[in-house]
Design a protein around this ligand. Structure first.
Ligand SMILES: Cc1cc2nc3c(=O)[nH]c(=O)nc-3n(C[C@H](O)[C@H](O)[C@H](O)COP(=O)(O)OP(=O)(O)OC[C@H]3O[C@@H](n4cnc5c(N)ncnc54)[C@H](O)[C@@H]3O)c2cc1C
Ligand code: FES
Length: 280
């Protein structure tokens, strides 16, 4: 029998991209597509938000997929099977609104693809026709292709360098589908903020509803600290409690992109310290 926050599985899907199953029966029981958890690897560590990619209500585990990009995600990735995380809190955020929209285009970039997977699965189950466009910088960084194929009626793959699928960006394929006059009722986009911004810019001209899942910096995850604040339709919103999904046409993207880079210096310093290249 596992203990709470014990790691059941930790595998590398691609360089620096980990898939981890964690025993958290209470979260697994109520998890819904579109929600996330906050993970703290050790007592002194930072808290980082990660999307719920899958879960099993009966067996009590949740699955996360994350890019080891900085100190905290690296510390989580270094944990071995059977070791425990300090804590995992969730599920947080509002679940995705699942209904029969008609034709839904799912646009996923990088580790946004696994985050999109449970939403695509639920939308497919609700009777939607799913067109997925998934992309990565290069072929060996593309993850969850098989799982997205299972829940899609059409699937397009893009890589920035052309090593697999179309050479170019996911947004190039989206633009092409819209130019071809394909009937699209909703676009769902998860990935780097710049990709979600470009998706929203493209679909705005075609008046296609576009839902984005924002990756603002977060601290508390409960609407108290304000770290995740963004502007949507001229109003201040907190990504953690009002989101993480928003209407992409109303998001102030320039503000979000600026805020994502706010602590770049401190993050680089922390990373050097972890690698032993800096002293206190
Ligand atoms: C609701 C939500 C869900 C998320 N789900 C996932 C997920 O499923 N998988 C995953 O890999 N990541 C996800 N993220 C992003 C993840 O939380 C960050 O990558 C993580 O916090 C980085 O922490 P760190 O200490 O490892 O890196 P840091 O040292 O904090 O940062 C290292 C680098 O990453 C950039 N960065 C930091 N935080 C973010 C962020 N929120 N978005 C984009 N860039 C960032 C920094 O600017 C810096 O360049 C999610 C973010 C949110 C808000
Ligand atoms: S993370 Fe603290 S208010 Fe959203």
């Amino acid at each position: 029998m596992y203990e709470k926050y014990q790691i059941i599985k930790n595998s590398e899907l691609a360089p620096r991209i980990k898939e981890m199953d964690i025993y958290t029966p209470l979260i697994a029981k109520v998890a819904k597509p579109g929600q996330f958890v906050i993970v703290m690897p050790d007592e002194k560590g930072e808290r980082v938000p990660l999307t719920l990619v899958d879960w099993d209500h009966d067996e009590g585990w949740i699955r996360l997929v994350f890019l080891e990009i900085g100190v905290t995600t690296m510390k989580i990735g270094m944990k071995k099977v059977n070791e425990k995380l300090f804590y995992v809190v969730g599920p947080l955020g509002n679940p995705s609104h699942i209904e029969k929209y008609g034709t839904v285009v799912m646009v996923g970039g990088g580790v946004g693809v696994p985050a999109l997977y449970p939403i695509a699965r639920a939308l497919k189950k609700a009777g939607n026709y799913i067109i997925s466009i998934i992309g990565a910088k290069t072929a060996n960084l593309l993850v969850y292709e098989d799982r997205m194929r299972e829940v899609s009626d059409e699937l397009y793959v893009t890589t920035d360098d052309g090593s697999k699928g179309f050479k170019g960006f996911t947004t190039d394929v989206l633009r092409k589908l819209l130019e071809e006059d394909r009937k699209i009722d909703v676009v769902w986009s998860i990935g780097p903020a710049i990709m979600m911004k470009v998706c929203s810019d493209i679909t705005r001209n075609y008046k296609v509803k576009t839902i984005v899942s924002l990756n603002s910096l977060m601290v508390c995850g409960m609407g108290m600290c304000g770290a995740c604040r963004i502007t949507v339709g001229g109003e201040t919103k907190f990504t953690c409690v009002d989101g993480p999904e928003f209407n992409g046409h109303l998001v102030d993207w320039n503000e979000l992109l600026l805020r994502l880079n706010m602590y770049r210096k401190e993050e680089e310093y922390a990373l050097k310290k972890l690698r032993g290249e800096e002293n206190e």
